[in-house]
Design a protein around this ligand. Structure first.
Ligand code: ADP
Length: 633
């Protein structure tokens, strides 16, 4: 064994933070370290099996892949060994010294420094290998990469204190051996019986054998003695290949925690064998909570692809559309070739079939939850919607074939309930439409309160017509793909001429005509004064309480969308809004009847209408000056 190569390296800064956070937050659930390390060992076996398709000599007469766990009370250690793919020196430095997950930086920037609060986030991130430090005060890893010689093995050691060492060592067996030096206060873990029960609890479904040396009671020494014979602790067949009826809910849940980074149970799962054009098994899980990198659209899916039980690849984005990137699960195909590459996947008809079928499966799982007769299931759907609704909306633009199914799953806040909870479906809305109402009305704004208090809602509130409040950033984009539901057009209350059709009564129509005659002159004068700001000034039929509001022309972008584009630095057309004024409002009446300060009044009416819809004044200083002038006169 040579140590001349020993070097000391620092962990990436985030790892220090992760270690602290993890030890604090997972203390009550510390036994999960074993699940994490066994899961890594099992992944390493999967990777070797895949690589060996092209490099059969990598097996080196050691092709029975397994994991061994051993407890040594005299040395205070627990050891987990595998004969999987192993790691080279470079790989061990990168894999165990940095965090490669996408969105890591964003995750850490979200941490508040308050351990209690941050602790709840850790489950979304997934702790993997580092969870060993919950129970160990130092960890040593020896690894030999498949295909390398005995002498090219590497030892990695760290006390989790900011740095680690790596050195070249000699290792007979391919794969990785992890030795945890257990903290004195965790010595109860140094008990084979306890470790076996942890393995059965968390890792039963791992598809390769997890073995431990047998122990027997010796009358002679009056103690347990370890025999030189291995026994397999787990069930050791891939969970998804088993019959549904033989799998308990707990087993499904544990399996989920192993394949996802989640520490919580999933919301629901679906396990099926699909036959037909293509034959495959699917096991798909819907999580309860959004993962930390949900908004990273480059995040790949949580689907692992197997072919005839051989692991092929993680995160194969071809198996589900991007808007379902939060789903975790397994697809095991009976038809794809073992040497399938990402390129082949893109072209494959089988994959297309799998993708369509899996998408349908997920959507109908959601449909079942959302329309269940059981209240608890519907409550689960609400949880799901709160966490993933905005991502699901991406589907309307991405998956045209399923727009109908997706639009049934949408949930919105509305103008008639006093809560920002998004729990109104389009079907609910339609079932409550007024006699004579033929449109689904909505308003978009950048916050719930801006929408709820929008002047555009006044006439609707007065007539008791429900309006959907759309306040997610994605809504404007979504609306370009969702124009009707159940043959009823989705119509913005802030756009175009408001035509309430048969919802307007005859006397109102008469009044409107009268008003138009009476105020022609006022409108003309205002148009002149405001020609830089407003495309037109006209009478409104939308307002009951406010003096004025802005509307966009039928074919132009809404004010909300224009603001979003500008905020995102995108080119936005320079379109002017239309100012609508409410002639029954005392302020407008006053402006109509005086000739003093007319310009100030006109500008102030426009500016306050802009503020009321959440817009920003281009010249706030002048607004304040004018307002003060008017207040003093
Ligand atoms: P994750 O498993 O989520 O990627 P970990 O921190 O648990 O994160 O592990 C980091 C990386 O280290 C793994 O992705 C893998 O490449 C490597 N690794 C960990 N354990 C093993 C092992 N037993 N054999 C081979 N590689 C391993």
């Amino acid at each position: 064994m040579s140590t001349q190569n020993k070097e000391t390296l620092d962990f990436q800064a985030e790892i220090q933070q992760l270690l602290k956070l993890m030890i604090h937050s997972l203390y009550s659930n510390k036994e999960i370290f074993l699940r994490e390390l066994i899961s890594n060992a099992s992944d390493a076996a999967d990777k070797l099996r895949f690589e060996a398709i092209n490099h059969p000599n990598w097996y080196e007469d050691d092709s029975d892949l397994s994991i061994q766990v051993a407890v040594d009370q005299s040395k205070n250690t627990i050891t987990i060994s595998d004969n999987g793919i192993g790691m080279s020196r470079e790989e061990i430095i990168t894999n165990l010294g940095t965090i490669a997950k996408s969105g890591t930086k964003e995750f850490f920037s979200k941490l508040s420094g308050d351990q209690q609060k941050d602790a709840s986030l850790i489950g979304q991130f997934g702790v993997g290998f580092y969870s060993g430090f919950i129970v160990a005060d130092s960890i040593s890893v020896e690894s030999r990469k498949a295909g390398l010689t005995k002498e090219q093995a590497v030892r990695w050691e760290s006390a989790g204190d900011g740095a680690f060492t790596v050195e070249q060592v000699s290792k007979d067996r391919r794969g990785t051996t992890i030795t945890l030096h257990i903290k004195p206060e965790e010595s109860e873990l140094l008990n084979s019986w306890k470790i076996k029960s942890i393995i059965r609890k968390y890792s039963d479904h791992i598809s390769i054998p997890i073995q431990m040396f047998k122990e027997e009671w010796s009358e002679e020494s009056k103690s347990q003695v370890i025999k030189d014979e291995l026994e397999t602790i787990n069930e050791a067949n891939a969970l998804w290949t088993r019959n549904k009826n033989d799998i308990s809910e707990d087993q499904y849940h544990e399996f989920y925690k192993n394949i996802s980074n989640d520490f919580e149970n999933p919301l629901s799962y679906s396990h099926n064998r699909v036959e037909g054009r293509s034959e495959f098994t699917q096991l798909l899980y819907i999580p309860k909570k959004a993962p930390f990198d949900l908004w990273d659209r480059s995040k790949r899916s949580g689907i692992k692809l197997y072919v005839k039980r051989v692991f092929i690849m993680d995160d194969s984005e071809q198996l589900l559309p991007t808007y379902l990137r939060f789903i975790s699960g397994i697809i095991d195909s009976a038809d794809l070739p073992l040497n399938v590459s990402r390129e082949i996947l893109q072209e494959s008809k089988d994959v297309k079939f799998i993708r369509e079928s899996s998408t349908k499966r997920v959507l109908s799982q959601l449909e079942d939850l959302s329309s269940s007769v059981e209240e608890a299931k519907r409550a689960d759907y609400q949880l799901f919607w709160n966490a993933f609704g905005q991502v699901l909306k991406e589907g309307l633009g991405e998956d045209h074939a399923n727009v109908d199914k997706l639009s049934k799953l949408l949930r919105f806040a509305n103008s008639t309930q006093n809560s920002d909870i998004q729990n109104v479906s389009l079907s609910d809305y339609v079932s409550r439409m007024k006699e004579g109402q033929d449109k689904i009305y909505f308003v978009t704004a950048d916050s719930y309160l801006a929408a709820k208090n929008s002047p555009h809602l006044e006439i609707f509130n007065k007539k008791g017509i429900e309006v959907l409040l759309l306040t997610d950033r994605i809504d404007e984009w979504m609306l370009s793909f969702l124009t009707t539901y159940d043959n009823k057009p989705l119509t913005s209350v802030a756009k175009g001429d408001l035509d309430l059709g048969s919802l307007t009564d005859v006397s109102e129509k008469e009044e409107q005509k009268e008003a138009e005659k009476e105020f022609v002159d006022l409108l003309d004068r205002m148009k002149k004064v405001l020609s830089e700001k407003a495309k037109d000034v006209r009478l409104t039929f939308r307002l009951t309480d406010s003096p004025a509001c802005l509307v966009a022309d039928e074919n132009e972008l809404s004010g909300n969308l224009l603001r979003m584009l500008k905020a995102a630095g995108q080119p936005a057309p320079d379109s002017k809004p239309i100012l609508e004024i409410n002639t029954s409002h005392p302020l407008v009446k006053k402006v109509h009847s005086t000739s003093v300060d007319f310009e100030e009044w006109a500008h102030t009416l426009f500016d306050q209408a802009l503020i009321a819809e959440g817009g920003q004044l281009s010249d706030p200083g002048s607004f304040v000056k004018r307002l003060n002038h008017l207040l003093l006169n």
